[in-house]
Design a protein around this ligand. Structure first.
Ligand code: P6P
Length: 337
């Protein structure tokens, strides 16, 4: 089969009227930056960039050296291109404006530069997650509030998983597509077009060590999966948990499954662990465009009106029928309360 590069694919999509030139160029710039992050992560111990950076981020998390390096790579790559008005990152409290010496565009880029970085030092797959929004008209110095747009307004979303292969998964509202990095040529090559996630699955992903903190409907739902074919679901389930959202989501994109990071019942106000703007929303867009579902257990993730740039939400995503069962249990319990 003739291999189609990311650039060729984007040109085809521009001809089909699915994407404009500016957004297409922005996606290429982000993909190129992720190739540089892949080089840095693939060096491992030889690159002298493992371990802690000795700094903390807005989340109160210790930053790995590669968190900081990846963040810098994305900021530097996107500064001069002219497609962006500002960037926002898990690693920065406030949005970063485009430097005055460069032209500004009408897009906003949000990213988690190296998701799952606690896995870096043990050589487990990590990834970059990004989301692209339109900058509100007339805004040349975007502030955090200009980023607070519902997930349904995303123009594009994607992730790159740095694993045995470096793989980009991308959507701009016309399906979800996968590109695998050809290291010899240095190009992302289309490896799966119009991905469809099976609506049924027998595989779930959750951190079971948090079980005592879950709300009752979550206890009920996971208990049914663990009961297997002798339980109410009448089938056995398998469990996986990589503790790298990008790796867990990529497994679901590849063979189906369902992923949960639920609320802690005692600190519901915290909203869970995962961040809405640059983790949950982009992953929800990618999953929905592949025929899956993404909710908080109570509402569609992409319909949440954001209240903060680093807001956290519970995440239930993947094979539609399992997301719907788990969500129904939570909605039913709320109605009975
Ligand atoms: P836990 C990584 O730190 C992350 O943000 C996601 O990539 C991942 O799914 C989750 O947290 C893992 O959380 O509590 O299992 O370490």
């Amino acid at each position: 089969m003739k291999s189609i590069s990311l650039i060729q694919f984007l040109i085809e999509e521009r001809r089909a009227g699915h994407i404009n030139a500016e957004l297409s160029l922005l996606i290429e710039v982000v993909a190129r930056a992720c190739k540089r992050i892949a080089v840095a992560t693939n060096k491992g111990a030889l690159g002298g960039v493992l371990g802690e950076a000795g700094t903390g981020n807005i989340q109160g998390e210790a930053q790995k050296k590669l968190d900081v390096i990846s963040n810098e790579i994305l900021l530097e790559a996107n500064a001069w291109g002219g497609q962006l008005a500002a960037c926002a990152s898990e690693e920065m409290e406030d949005p970063q404006p485009i430097p005055d010496m460069y032209p500004k565009g009408n897009h906003l880029l949000l990213f988690d530069p190296l998701d799952g970085s606690s896995n870096i030092d043990v050589n487990i797959s990590v990834g970059t997650i990004f989301s692209i929004l339109r900058c509100p008209d007339g805004i040349t110095e975007p502030k955090a509030e200009h980023f607070l747009q519902a997930g349904t307004t995303q123009l594009a979303a994607g992730y790159v998983v740095y694993g045995p292969a470096t793989v980009l998964v991308l959507t701009f509202g016309h399906g979800t597509h996968e590109f695998t990095l050809d290291r010899e040529v240095g190009s992302f090559i289309l490896s799966r077009r119009d991905i469809r996630i099976p609506e049924e699955t027998a595989e779930f992903a959750i951190n079971m060590s948090n079980q005592r903190h879950w709300e009752a409907p979550m206890q009920r739902y996971i208990g049914e999966l663990l009961a297997g074919k002798d339980g109410p679901r009448a089938k056995d389930f398998n469990m996986r948990w990589v503790a790298s959202m990008v790796a867990d989501v990529h497994r679901i994109i590849t063979r189906g499954g369902v992923f949960f990071y639920p609320l802690d019942a005692k600190i519901k106000s915290k909203g869970g662990k995962l961040r809405l703007m640059y983790e949950a929303n982009p992953m929800a867009f990618i999953i929905e465009q592949a025929g899956g579902a993404a909710t908080t257990g109570r509402e569609r993730i992409m319909e949440i009106e954001p209240s903060g740039l680093h807001q956290r939400v519970p995440v239930f995503l993947g094979s539609k029928n399992e997301v719907e069962v788990a969500t129904h249990y939570h909605v039913e319990a709320d109605a009975a309360a």
